[in-house]
Ligand binder design. Structure first.
Ligand code: AMP
Ligand code: MG
Length: 409
């Protein structure tokens, strides 16, 4: 059976970035850029006013003060979005709006707050330096400059910059469509009253949401009964419409656990089955005609933890992200964690991590059974006690995966 590190490595070496696609800016948030973007023009494209006020020649107002204001003749109004032909000559000014192009002859803008008067004259009460309150052409980006490199993650700021340099479409890595197949005769939809022995299908929602949260798109597949035929037809159908498959449940050694046998009958290449970890021991992984297939155990905590630790990094690699892993921190574990010397599994404890004076303190979120969904609800991190580590005494150190924070390596 593989260790956690071996299992993750086995998955990551079998997935790679999906091809590039052209997307409109408003559909590109969170995607990874697949091209270098160069500015064709200066940004801003022309010198313009940073304030509402008066475009002047700085030399004209060197001596201006509140007691002895300098009087200038106002030749024209210069709103944003048009260009006046008027030239600012000595002794004159142009009334100008923020963002409007600086008229010829002017080299500075006096803010309206430092003036008085109206109509065709203005009294300037303070001097302004040459270049004062003027945004130079190209002060943000010069024509010919590379503004974003391939591999950049498109956040709101990157999308704004792309628009500003004239791009309405960009080439980004495609986001995978991920089929989530939940199995189990006991499962009914969330809105349904329970019959004898039935439970509601929680995982189709938590896993689907984890797919969305990773930036990928879940492919809805109707939940599947525990028969070979049902499992087979669902898998074949799902495979045809997805880039990656997540199966849920039916991957243990029980009579009704058909996922493994059916997948392998269909030609999926088994990579591993079983990881030295708790929760999530029966996790499996296959590659089926080039597509990754993650076999997640059905327990609601196990499947979410396995998604977080294995599926999410793999989906990120498919999306072209360089950073695959959540921030790792060291913390004090408030209460102790018992672990036998012979226990070589990695344990993932659901914890609340909080800053305190002495640093980060992690407190487990109550009972840690793999079916206790509330233990996930309260958690903001997973404490990872490695297979080669022993018990952790109360106040001892643990490693955390910060599952509410964005990946940083
Ligand atoms: P399995 O891996 O199929 O043996 O399932 C392990 C446990 O998880 C069983 O108690 C199942 O009832 C439960 N389980 C399986 N699938 C789901 C699901 N989609 N939603 C909630 N619980 C589930
Ligand atoms: Mg089952």
């Amino acid at each position: 059976m593989l260790t956690v590190a071996e299992a993750l490595a086995a998955i990551l070496e079998r997935v790679g970035p999906l091809e590039l696609e052209e997307r409109a800016l408003d559909d590109a948030l969170g995607r990874v850029l697949g091209e270098d973007v160069t500015a064709k023009e200066d940004l801003p494209p022309f010198a313009n006013s940073a304030m509402d006020g008066f475009a002047v020649r700085a030399a004209d107002v060197v001596a201006a003060s509140a007691e002895a204001p300098v009087r200038l003749e106002v030749l024209a109004d210069q709103p944003a979005g048009s260009v006046t032909a008027v030239e600012v000559r000595p002794g004159t000014a142009v009334r100008i709006m923020t963002g409007a192009r600086l008229p010829v002859g002017a080299d500075a803008v006096v803010p309206v707050e430092h003036t008085s008067g109206s109509g065709s004259t203005v009294q300037v009460q303070r001097p302004v330096k040459p270049g004062g309150n003027v945004r130079r052409a190209g002060e943000d980006v010069h024509a010919g400059e590379a503004v974003l490199r391939s591999g950049s993650v498109l956040r709101p700021a990157e999308l704004g910059l792309l628009a500003a340099v004239g791009r309405s479409q960009v080439r980004v890595h495609r986001a995978p469509v991920v089929a989530v197949v939940t199995t189990g005769d006991e499962l009914v939809p969330a809105g349904q009253a329970l019959g004898p022995g039935q439970i509601r299908d929680a995982n189709i929602h938590s896993l689907g949401a984890q797919v969305w949260a990773a930036g990928a798109t879940p492919l809805p597949v109707p939940r599947v009964r525990d028969t070979r035929e049902a499992v087979q037809s669902a898998l074949v159908q799902a495979w045809g419409g997805c880039d990656a498959l997540v199966t849920n449940g039916g991957v243990s050694v029980g009579e009704w656990d058909h996922v493994k046998a059916v997948l392998e009958e269909l030609g999926a290449e088994p990579v591993f089955w079983g990881v030295k970890q708790k929760p999530g021991r029966p996790m499996a992984f296959w590659v089926w005609d080039g597509k990754p297939v993650f076999g997640l155990p059905g327990n609601p905590v196990s499947c979410m933890v396995c998604f977080e630790e294995y599926v999410r990094p793999a989906l990120r690699r498919m999306m072209g992200f360089g950073w695959l892993h959540r921030p790792v921190r060291r913390a004090v574990l408030a209460e102790g964690f018992r672990k036998d010397a012979a226990d070589d599994r990695t344990h993932f404890l659901r914890v609340v991590a909080a800053e305190s004076e002495g640093g980060l303190v992690a407190t487990t979120t109550g009972p840690q059974g793999s079916g206790i969904l509330t233990s996930m609800v309260r958690a903001n991190a997973l404490a990872v006690v490695g297979g080669d580590e022993g018990a952790v005494p109360a106040g001892g150190q643990v490693t955390l995966h910060m599952t509410d924070l964005p990946e940083d390596h």
